[in-house]
Design a binder for this molecule. Sequence first.
Ligand SMILES: NC(=O)c1ccc[n+]([C@@H]2O[C@H](COP(=O)([O-])OP(=O)(O)OC[C@H]3O[C@@H](n4cnc5c(N)ncnc54)[C@H](OP(=O)(O)O)[C@@H]3O)[C@@H](O)[C@H]2O)c1
Length: 249
Amino acid sequence: MSDAIAPYRTAVVTGATSGIGRAIVFALRKRGLGVYAVGRNQDQLSELADLCGALPVRADVRETGTIAAALAGVDIDILINNAGILSSRATFFEIDPAEIDAMIDVNLKAPMHLTRALLPGMVSRKRGHLIYIGSSGGQAPYPAMAAYGPSKAGLSLFCDNLRCDLLGTSVRVSEIVPGRVQTGLYRTSIPNNQAQAVLYDGYRPIQPEQIATIVTSVIDLPSFVDVSRVEVFPTDQAAGGGTMVKHVP
Ligand SMILES: NC(=O)c1ccc[n+]([C@@H]2O[C@H](COP(=O)([O-])OP(=O)(O)OC[C@H]3O[C@@H](n4cnc5c(N)ncnc54)[C@H](OP(=O)(O)O)[C@@H]3O)[C@@H](O)[C@H]2O)c1
């Protein structure tokens, strides 16, 4: 473990079985931290354990009690709330109402509840770092993101509120806000393996390892420095939906 992160020994990463979360697990293990990898896919969790020694916690991220029970007695220093879904890209007048609940539950409520479960220990030890993977979709409007966007906007404001409540505790709160990263995030909203062709081929998206580099850089700063929010975009992407339509009388 490097001196810079010496106070931190253990981390929890949700959504560890693919994409950004998986890359963060490897990066933290490389720095010598004990990493609890939370996910649903047993094969992927076992592979993580074999490849880098991560400690699997098999649970849906909405099952706060199951995760807290698996971590009972462990002093968690870093909580990385990464699990998230963009399960539908329907317009809001066509979206399946169940998808509204799913995105709010996984992207907003689950991180809030897991934070609530692990935060008292961090506060009492006066040592901890809460990291949230937000989204550019939570900072500006985009077409067909009217459930995902608010879930991430809520997460972003939650981070700011936490900073108010945590003043004087030495617990840091950092939100990482990416634009397009090449992962499996769109596998259900752009079905039939078309996401690669629609979103990634011919573009230069961010890679998950680059988000992991940002996460470790944020952690490595001295504990009196809190990188509160980082926005990171592909150089070829700008924020927001700028679409206009012609008026049809
Ligand atoms: N990719 C992008 O362009 C982008 C941009 C901005 C923000 N983000 C955010 O980055 C985070 C990571 O996403 P990603 O891009 O790496 O996509 P990903 O490859 O789809 O990874 C998402 C991870 O979350 C897990 N997950 C989803 N629902 C879960 C649940 N109910 N319980 C437990 N785990 C669950 C998935 O596990 P399963 O395999 O079991 O579903 C998967 O491991 C998300 O919060 C996403 O909103 C991504």
